[in-house]
Design a protein around this ligand. Structure first.
Ligand code: GLC
Length: 468
C-alpha cells in the first residue's frame, strides 16, 4: 500500500515502515524492497527514478533487473523491475511464482552491492521473501558488507508456505544438492521452513498466534520446526494506518464523525442504505461481514446461522467480499430470499468497504484461525461493535463485554469455541446491546477510543531490531 496490495500484508507493509521511521526518526534508516508490479499506479511510476541496472543469475538463467526508487514519508522504496516476471494480471498465483520470487530475493540481495547500502537488519515477510534469508546465509556471507547482516522472518499467515517439488531446487532456486536437508520439510521443498531455520528471529503478527502455531491444530505442519526454533519466536500485534482509516477525515464516507458525534455515524447508515437499496431506517441494526469468502474466515459458522438471525430479527445484513463459489452463491441466495434485509456485494472495493464500516453497527469476524486480522480494528475505529472468535490477533485485540456496576469492561463480543451457536448467541447479544441507546453510546465510545495505531507495536519492532 499504496503501490500494489491484495490483503492485510499490503496494509501492514504500507504502514509499519513509516511508523518505525516516525517513532525512531534519525536513529533509523528504513528501506523497503518490493517488485515493480504493473498494477502500480502511473502517478507512482512517474515519481520513480532508476537507481541501478544489472543482470541477475539464477541457475542457468540470466535476467535483467532494474531498480527504481522513490521516497515517501521518510522511507526509501526500491522496486525490482523485470517485466517478464512482474507485469502480470495478478501479484501472485501464477504457475511460476517460485521462480518469480526466487528472482526477486536474489535481485534484492544483489542490489545492496550495486547501491552500496548494507542494512544491519534484513526483514523478510512471508514465503515470497523467504529465499532472501536463505540466500544470504548460503552464498553471500563471504562478501564484504553481507557478513554481519542480521535477519528477521515474519509469518503473516502460516497456511501459505511456498511448497515445491525437489526438482526445483537446483534448476530454479539455484541451490546445491547439499541444501536439500535445509530446504526439505514433510517430503517437499518448503520455503517458509528454510527461512525459519536460517533467520535470527522469527516473528508473527500477534502474541497469541505465536503460541498457536506451535501446535498441530494451527501450524499447517510446521509446529515441529517452530518448537525447535522457539527461542527465536515472538508475536507483535499489527496496527492500522490511523490516517488512512480515520472516520473524522475520511473522504470516502458520507459524513465524518467521532465517538462524540455518533448521530453522524447513523447518517452514514442512511446513506449506505440509499446507495445499495435497503430500507432507509436509522433504528434497524446493521450487521456487516467484510472478508475474503474463505472457510478459515469462519464462513461455515456464518452460513449455519445467518438465515435464522435474519429471518427472526429486525436487522439488516451487508456482505462484502469475494472467494469460494459455494459462499458466494449462498449469499446471493440469501439476498434473493430477504431482499429488503440483505445485500450481497460480491466484490472487492476499498472505498465501499469504508462506507460499510462507517454504516455498520455490528461487525462479524468468527475466524477459525486469524494471525492478526485488521478488519476488527478498522471496524472498531469506525464504531461498529466487533463480534469475534477468540483466536490469534482477534483474541489479543478484542476483549469480551461485561458490566461491572456502572462501568463497562471489554471492547466487543467474543466467543471461544468454533461453534455456530456461540456466534449466533454473541451476535444477538451485540444487537440487543445496540438497541439500548445508553449502553450503545458508552460501549461504542470506548471501542472507538481503543488504540489500534502502530505506536506501541512500532516500539516493539524497534526493540526486536535492537536485540539483534
Ligand atoms: C495475513 C493474515 C491476517 C493479518 C495480515 C497482516 O493476511 O491472514 O490475519 O492481519 O496477514 O499481518
Amino acid at each position: 500500500m499504496p503501490f500494489a496490495a491484495t490483503g492485510g500484508l499490503g496494509d501492514v507493509l504500507g504502514s509499519l515502515p513509516s511508523a518505525i521511521k516516525a517513532t525512531a526518526g534519525d536513529d533509523v534508516d528504513v528501506r523497503v524492497v518490493v517488485p515493480y508490479y504493473s498494477a502500480m499506479g502511473q502517478e507512482w511510476k512517474d515519481k520513480c527514478e532508476t537507481v541501478a541496472e544489472f543482470e541477475v543469475d539464477l541457475a542457468w538463467r540470466r535476467q535483467y533487473c532494474g531498480v527504481k526508487s522513490l521516497v515517501k514519508d521518510g522511507v526509501v522504496y526500491y522496486f525490482i523491475d523485470n517485466e517478464y516476471y512482474f507485469f502480470r494480471d495478478t501479484l501472485y498465483g501464477n504457475y511460476d511464482d517460485g521462480e518469480r520470487f526466487a528472482f526477486f530475493c536474489r535481485a534484492a540481495l544483489e542490489m545492496l552491492a550495486k547501491i552500496d547500502f548494507y542494512p544491519d537488519i534484513l526483514h523478510a515477510h512471508d514465503w515470497q521473501a523467504a529465499l532472501s534469508v536463505v540466500y544470504l546465509n548460503n552464498g553471500y556471507r563471504h562478501r564484504e558488507g553481507y557478513s554481519d547482516i542480521k535477519t528477521v522472518f515474519t509469518i503473516h499467515n502460516i497456511e501459505y508456505q511456498g511448497k515445491y517439488d525437489f526438482a526445483i531446487l537446483g534448476d530454479v532456486f539455484a541451490l546445491d544438492a547439499d541444501k536439500k536437508g535445509l530446504m526439505e520439510y514433510g517430503g517437499c521443498i518448503n520455503l517458509m521452513k528454510a527461512a525459519i531455520v536460517c533467520a535470527d528471529k522469527v516473528s508473527t503478527v500477534s502474541p497469541r498466534y505465536a503460541e498457536e502455531i506451535r501446535t498441530w491444530e494451527y501450524s499447517h505442519g510446521l509446529d515441529g520446526i517452530l518448537n525447535e526454533n522457539a527461542h527465536k519466536l515472538c508475536g507483535i500485534l499489527n496496527g492500522i494506518d490511523y490516517d488512512y482509516y480515520n472516520p473524522s477525515t475520511d473522504k470516502d464516507i458520507a459524513v465524518n464523525f467521532t465517538w462524540r458525534s455518533l448521530k453522524k455515524k447513523a447518517m452514514n447508515k442512511l446513506a449506505l442504505q440509499r446507495e445499495i437499496g435497503l430500507p432507509e431506517r436509522e433504528d434497524v441494526p446493521m450487521i456487516a461481514l467484510i472478508t475474503r469468502l474463505a472457510s478459515h474466515k469462519g464462513l461455515d459458522l456464518v452460513t449455519e446461522k445467518i438465515y435464522n438471525i435474519v429471518e427472526n430479527n429486525d436487522v439488516q445484513l451487508v456482505v462484502l467480499g469475494k472467494g469460494e463459489a459455494e459462499y458466494e452463491s449462498f449469499f446471493y441466495k440469501l439476498e434473493e430470499r430477504f431482499g429488503d434485509k440483505v445485500r450481497a456485494l460480491i466484490m472487492y472495493d476499498r472505498a465501499l468497504s469504508k462506507r460499510i464500516y462507517a454504516a455498520a453497527d455490528v461487525f462479524m469476524m468468527p475466524s477459525k484461525s486469524e494471525p492478526c486480522g485488521l478488519s476488527q480494528m478498522i471496524a472498531s475505529r469506525y464504531g461498529a461493535i466487533p463480534v469475534v472468535r477468540e483466536t490469534g490477533g482477534l483474541y489479543d485485540s478484542i476483549k469480551g463485554y461485561w458490566e461491572s456496576g456502572e462501568k463497562i469492561m471489554g471492547n466487543g463480543f467474543t466467543f471461544a469455541n468454533y461453534d455456530s451457536r456461540e456466534l449466533e448467541e454473541r451476535t444477538l447479544a451485540a444487537v440487543a446491546l445496540w438497541r439500548n441507546e445508553e449502553k450503545r453510546t458508552k460501549l461504542i465510545g470506548k471501542i472507538m477510543r481503543t488504540d489500534f495505531s502502530w505506536k506501541n507495536s512500532a516500539e516493539k519492532y524497534l526493540d526486536m531490531y535492537a536485540s539483534l
